[in-house]
Write a protein that binds this ligand. Structure first.
Ligand code: AGP
Length: 589
């Protein structure tokens, strides 16, 4: 939620900041803005709308100066207005600040500051430059002022501050929101995500919670007391071209097409680590998996696999609710946190609490060096490269792949699991060519419908829920996914003439009962879309899936549902990569 970037170097900051913000746009696109420093003044361009629009309108590329900060916003406090766009300033417009996070005590601070400071926005952020101004007016340097100001803040923040009084530096600080520094021969970068500057450098250091960083032509890390700390820079092996469209119209489609490759990459794990973690899961008194959104649906499949293959029952708790169960989390608990970004605030909060209670933390994460990975005892990385589309697609199948690996290891059959996962990949590839045109037609046919229902049983129930989530988040269509047996307990009342009902019914032991539920909807006029290996007379339309073993069905049933959501968004003229009101990395609670 919100992306921030800072640059100090020897070339013009504007064009780089725009490019970097483009790579961060997945984090927010309500507004964008840049401030550069030159000739003792701030040069600023900011406005509502997507980055391209703001860049053209305010000529962001042309802003002079070799130092600057930038921001893309996902609004939390304050409407989407030009005044609320970042950067924000002090009264004299000498200090500029960009911020990712939420300042929980901003009202209190603002009431206090308002006696002497002029506020022009509704944001929580604006208290920060005014606090820095207070401290600088009292004689502090920029870094001293930032250190003092951040001690007054409650909540989460990653901030970058510049001041015309110290025109060669950016001061950054973070608590509970990510920040990473990149260095390359006297050019220094700092951002919410290394993706912002990967084209320039892959030598990075992650900023720890409570740290402040001073970027000039040098980089100095300070602890919360302002004492220097030594930090090592490491090379990350992400490639910048992974974050480009490479001929696709949207990242979501590119990322769906990458799924077979992503599964293969996810299987590249250290076998000893898998064994250690599988034993950890089997031996723990209680195992709780926590995650949000799509990651939680992967966890629901994982739970099924642990039970089916490992004989181990575990619970899945929505991360935003996890803290309310902390009374029963202790040193005998193993928590498995699943998050592609590794920055989701609800997950981080739950994991922090669980750690305090003595639990062991395993995590499944895509972003190397993310907050979650750094607070975990063991981490399995998805290895699928950056996912830019807000809708999780390739990370979902990668999460599934890792759950398969763990479950097969629990059953002492890792090699068999690896082989079976590899065998699935060509089947998914074949499905793309076979189904894409048909699914696009289906999206066109149902484009006037605004309620979709998805039903399935057993291991595919989570896929019904995931299909519905994909549909609603990118197409803005109301969609619900549920176990097929639940339909008659309420939701069936909403089904009438022409309501699309997607019935996920592979030919397994759930088939007859699921088809019976499909009949119940058909009797009320539903337009039944079957997702199965074989056609059934009850289907009004049919999406064929390949024949696979029951436990692997989620891998092949989810793909057509991702495509259906994608095409439904496209035929409705929605941008599937940047759905309204959402962002990729949900760093607020
Ligand atoms: C998925 O399409 C959504 N964008 C969302 O539900 C997402 O899965 C959720 O916010 C969790 O994100 P995470 O995996 O980065 O923690």
């Amino acid at each position: 939620m919100c992306g921030i970037i800072g640059y100090v170097g020897d070339s013009q900051a504007g064009p780089f900041l725009v490019k970097a913000l483009k790579n961060l746009e997945y984090r927010g696109y309500d507004s964008a803005g840049i401030a550069t420093l030159t000739g003792g003044k701030l040069c600023v361009g900011k406005d509502v709308g997507k980055l391209d629009h703001v860049r053209d309108k305010h000529h962001l590329d042309e802003l002079p100066g070799q130092i600057g900060i930038g921001h893309v916003r996902w609004a939390t406090h304050g409407d989407v207005t030009p005044a609320n766009a970042h950067p924000h300033f002090d009264c004299k417009r000498e200090i500029a600040v960009v911020h990712n996070g939420i300042i929980e005590n901003y009202q209190e601070l603002r009431s206090w500051l308002e006696a002497n400071h002029l506020f022009v926005s509704q944001t929580d952020t604006e208290v920060i430059p005014h606090l820095i101004e207070e401290h600088m007016d009292a004689g502090c340097s920029l870094e001293e002022a930032v250190l003092k100001a951040t001690r007054q803040l409650k909540g989460s923040y990653a901030i970058l501050a510049v001041s015309v009084k110290e025109p060669d530096k950016i001061v950054a600080s973070r608590r509970d929101s990510p920040l990473v520094v990149g260095v390359n021969a006297g050019k220094n970068y700092i951002a919410s995500d290394a993706l912002a500057f990967l084209e320039q450098t892959n030598r990075v250091a992650f900023v720890e919670d409570g740290e402040t960083v001073v970027l000039t032509k040098d980089v100095v890390f300070l602890d919360s007391e302002g004492q220097r700390v030594q930090r090592e820079f490491k090379e990350v092996d992400w490639k910048s071209d992974e974050a480009t469209l490479q001929g696709y119209e949207f990242f979501m489609m590119k990322e769906i097409m990458e799924e077979p490759h992503a599964i293969r990459c996810a299987t590249m794990q250290d076998k000893r680590l898998l064994l250690e973690m599988a034993i950890g899961i089997l031996r723990s008194r209680q195992v709780v998996i926590t995650a949000c959104g799509t990651s939680r649906y992967a966890a629901l499949v994982g739970r099924y696999l642990f039970s089916k293959l490992g004989g181990k029952f575990c619970d899945v708790i929505m991360a935003s609710e996890f803290q309310y169960f902390s009374d029963s989390i202790d040193k005998n608990t193993l928590v498995i946190a699943v998050s592609q970004s590794g920055e989701t605030a609800d997950v981080i909060q739950g994991v922090k609490k669980a750690r305090e209670n003595g639990a062991t933390i395993y995590s499944l994460v895509n972003t190397v060096g993310s907050s979650l990975s750094r607070m975990s005892d063991r981490v399995l990385y998805l290895n699928c490269g950056p996912e830019i589309g807000v809708a999780a697609t390739k990370t979902f199948v990668s999460q599934l792949a890792i759950f398969y690996l763990l479950a097969f290891t629990m059953a002492n059959k890792l090699d068999e699991g690896l082989q079976k996962l590899h065998d699935i990949c060509p089947k998914i590839e074949k499905g793309f060519s076979k189904n894409s045109k048909k699914i696009r037609g289906l999206a066109q046919q149902t484009r006037e419908r605004n309620d979709f229902y998805y039903i399935a049983r057993g291991i595919n129930f989570a896929i019904a829920a995931e299909g519905a989530l994909k549909m609603k988040e990118i197409s803005y269509v109301h969609a619900e996914g549920m176990p097929a047996g639940e339909l008659k307990h309420g939701t069936l009342a909403l089904v009438d003439e022409g309501t699309p009902v997607v019935v996920i019914c592979p030919r397994d032991y759930t088939y007859d009962e699921t088809i019976a539920n499909a009949h119940e909807t058909k009797a009320r006029g539903a337009f039944v879309i079957g997702v199965s290996e074989e056609i059934n007379p009850i289907f009004d339309d049919w999406i064929e899936i390949p024949q696979v073993e029951e436990i692997f069905q989620p891998m092949v049933t989810v793909v057509p549902l991702q495509l259906l959501a994608y095409y439904s968004a496209v035929v409705r003229d929605r941008d599937p990569d940047k759905p309204r009101n959402l962002a990729k990395s949900v760093t607020v609670k």
